[in-house]
Design a protein around this ligand. Structure first.
Ligand code: 13P
Ligand code: ZN
Length: 273
């Protein structure tokens, strides 16, 4: 089978286009990766070129040795993913040590995988180990309201989690563990990847101050739905904040407890006063 005929590639492209339509990606902002299951990669083997040289990832991810990922290219525009997926995306193979990768499909007009490759792969490693292999999608985007929040709130996991939970009732249901926050750092390297992967041990969302978010999910819908929910809640927070310094009322600690009981999920108690 051709890569572009596979369901995983079509789902990948759809997420990229949905993100573009929702204005989560200016220019080349953001990136997406998917850890491809063995049986799915076997189906598209005929379309892969396994002859290219391996190159350093820039970090070590031994738990991902031998895995294949579909991933966006560096500098490629999300607005182009649907139109020219073979130019804007690629499939990479990680070597047997988990230290090198090679492109085996895509990037037909040249280029390399996203500059956030170290962060994506370190997040994948953490999530693969924590979920018994179930988590497969890492999604990075630049939604305006969650970025705006990083200029008005203290950059703590607690401040962000509480305000996001309080801004929309569904939020504690969708991300009961909360969100992690990383202060501004230089992006595109190993260091920010290490910090992000640390947060991903506890949460499925990491906020990068003045930059964007990383979300993890078992599939494309879950990862994208998470980013969408966080951003919608951030929009409500920023709207409320813009018109009043003091909320007249909010969702209380008791309300959260009632919600967790009714929906049968475990809320992260670290964020209760
Ligand atoms: P890339 O074009 O290299 O994926 O970078 C975009 C980005 O969002 C960096 O954080
Ligand atoms: Zn970015």
């Amino acid at each position: 089978m051709k890569v572009l005929d596979s369901k995983f590639a079509q789902d990948f492209i759809r997420l990229g286009d949905d993100g573009w339509q929702l204005r989560f990606h200016e220019r080349n902002g953001g990136n997406l990766s998917y850890r491809i299951p063995d049986d799915r990669i076997a189906e598209v083997k005929e379309d892969l070129d396994l002859t290219r040289e391996f190159q350093p990832i820039g970090t070590s991810v031994p738990a991902l040795a031998g895995e294949f990922f579909m991933i966006t290219g560096s500098g490629k525009y999300f607005s182009d993913i649907k139109r020219i997926p073979e130019e804007t995306c690629c499939i990479i193979e990680v070597d047997e040590k988990g230290e090198n990768y090679r492109v085996v499909w895509g990037l037909t007009a040249g280029g390399r995988p996203t500059s956030e490759l170290p962060t994506h792969l370190m997040n994948h490693e953490v999530k693969k180990l924590a979920s018994d292999g179930k988590m497969r999608v890492i999604y990075h985007c630049h939604p305006a309201n969650i970025i705006a929040m990083t200029f008005v709130l203290p950059l703590t996991d607690k401040a962000f989690t509480r305000e996001l939970w309080e801004s929309m009732t569904e939020c504690p249901v969708v991300f009961p563990a909360g969100v992690g926050v990383i202060p501004w750092m230089v992006c595109g390297g190993r260091e920010i990847g290490v910090e992000t992967a640390e947060k991903m041990k506890k949460y499925d969302v990491a906020v990068w101050a003045h930059h964007g978010i990383f979300c993890a999910g078992e599939d494309f819908d879950i990862a994208f739905g998470l980013a969408h929910t966080v951003e919608k809640s951030a929009e409500i927070y920023m709207k409320v904040r813009a018109v009043t310094p003091v909320k007249q009322q909010t969702i209380t600690k008791e309300n959260f407890i009632d919600l967790a009981e009714a929906f049968g999920f475990e809320l992260n108690k670290d964020f209760f006063d």
